[in-house]
Design a protein around this ligand. Structure first.
Ligand code: SF4
Ligand code: SF4
Length: 434
């Protein structure tokens, strides 16, 4: 047995005699006496020790095979019958005027028409359900609930088609939270709604200055109230966007949630992300932020601080895990309001990143999206590969104007991963974390 290529070794703050071993491919961590690592290197482990470390992915039979497994991971996953997942942008309109909105340059009264919705329904019926795929849609905007009749139409028809083909259909909703009443959430749940994602940008004064209604009035109270009304009917995830100036105030929001009985047991994941620079070109801020890892020192400090404050109060927040850009998955697609297709919502608005249309199908995008960008010795030998797979193509293009290399996360992961693993061991144990 050999030590995995995808292994990080950290000192243990609890005891200088111990080490923390973390497998980036399994997301598994274990504290061991220092000599266990020496024994593993020298082949002196007992059978029990060897079996335990193999189970955690810290020891592997063959590091070359492990490397090859990761190099071909997405080929294998794409050959399996995975659910078809599409992010559907129903409109580019919004009743909020967020100061950092990426979509501002192309925001407006642009809505998916009934005609385009029917093409979408037909595409999913013939290309996905009829071929044995389950279907999961994420409805997005602008504000998705400004397109309620079309959303109902799509969800009802696809639900009926899925039953005919004996497949599963469900959907999620990314919403600013101002329009989702208890009655509406119950109705949408009957159509297949699984989870919603709300956004609150910190305590009321911060949120209201960043996410006011278009009239200029604050939206915090309305969103908080709606969250309270629906969180027992569907899973509610919470996001929030912070800046260098205001991130230290976000714990106030967590305390306000608890004061309003929006306790950790009643909410799903809570994830705070930095406001991204406005591109002036491409779209969908919330999604792209979710994929990014901060590299600047203040961002690393802010992300660790907010993660700790979130866990300290018992809220759940994502663990580091195998994660890849949705571009890697054949079964993932973004359907824009006009029927054009993309591989990532952040690319909407860039004509050269369009991969087709509902009517014409999908063309080859391997070159435009530089599909093999991370299949280099540098990445394949990097212990962070399972958490990174070359990072974010969108951010790379923002920086250099082209997807001509990786968006390397080494600096961030070097600075943050050890603390994140320690946070998870220290702050999650004994808590009820779904
Ligand atoms: S390019 Fe990939 S990683 Fe970046 S925002 Fe899009 S889906 Fe996420
Ligand atoms: S992009 Fe950087 S961090 Fe990511 S796998 Fe490659 S070398 Fe490692």
């Amino acid at each position: 047995m050999e030590l995995s290529n995808y292994l990080k070794i950290y000192p243990s703050p609890q005891s200088p005699e111990s080490l923390l071993l973390y497998s980036t491919s399994r997301g598994a961590a274990v504290r061991v006496p220092r000599e266990v690592l020496d024994d593993a290197r020298e082949g002196r482990l007992t059978r029990e020790e060897e079996a335990a470390l193999t189970r955690l992915g810290i020891l592997v039979h063959d590091t070359d095979a492990e490397r090859e497994e990761l190099r071909t991971l997405f080929d294998q996953l794409n050959s399996q019958c995975r659910p078809f997942t599409a992010l559907v942008t129903l409109n580019l309109d919004c009743n909020l005027a967020c100061v950092y909105c990426y979509e501002e340059h192309f925001r407006g009264k642009r809505y998916m028409t009934l005609d385009t919705a029917d093409h979408l329904i037909a595409h999913i019926r013939t290309e996905r359900l009829a071929k044995g795929r389950d279907v999961i849609l994420d409805f997005y905007g602008g504000e998705a609930l400004l397109s309620l009749p079309i959303l109902r139409h799509i969800a009802t028809k696809i639900g009926e088609d899925a039953s005919l083909y004996g497949r599963n259909f469900s959907f999620n909703l990314v919403t600013n939270g101002t329009l989702l009443s208890r009655e509406l959430s119950a109705e949408l749940k009957r159509m297949g709604l699984q989870s919603t994602r709300f956004t609150l940008d910190g305590p009321p004064d911060v949120h209201n200055s960043q996410r006011p209604f278009t009239s200029g009035t604050g939206s915090f109270e309305r969103i908080l109230e709606n969250m309270g009304l629906i969180c027992d009917t569907v899973n509610v995830q919470l996001g929030g966007n912070y800046t260098r100036e205001n991130y230290r105030r976000f714990p106030e929001l967590l305390d306000i949630l608890i004061e309003h009985d929006l306790t950790p047991e009643r909410l799903g994941m809570v994830t705070f992300s930095p406001v991204m620079p406005n591109t002036g070109e491409a779209g969908l801020k919330d999604f792209s932020i979710g994929c990014a890892s901060p590299n600047e020192p203040w961002l690393i400090e802010a992300s660790l601080f907010l993660r700790r404050e979130t866990l300290l109060r018992g809220f759940n927040t994502p663990r580091p895990k195998i994660s890849a850009c949705m571009v890697e998955f054949d079964s993932d697609v973004v359907i824009n309001w006009d029927g054009s297709l993309y591989k990532c919502p952040a690319f909407m608005g860039w004509d050269d990143m369009r991969i087709g249309t509902l009517l014409d199908g999908i063309h080859d995008y391997s070159e435009s999206h530089n599909m093999d960008v991370w299949k280099t010795d540098e990445c394949l030998d990097c212990s962070y590969l399972p958490l990174c797979f070359g990072g974010c193509r969108f951010l790379r293009r923002l920086r250099t104007g082209a997807i001509d290399g990786v968006d390397c996360r080494k600096e961030y992961l070097d600075a943050a991963l050890g603390d994140i693993v320690h946070q998870d061991l220290e702050l999650r144990s004994g808590r009820k974390v779904p």
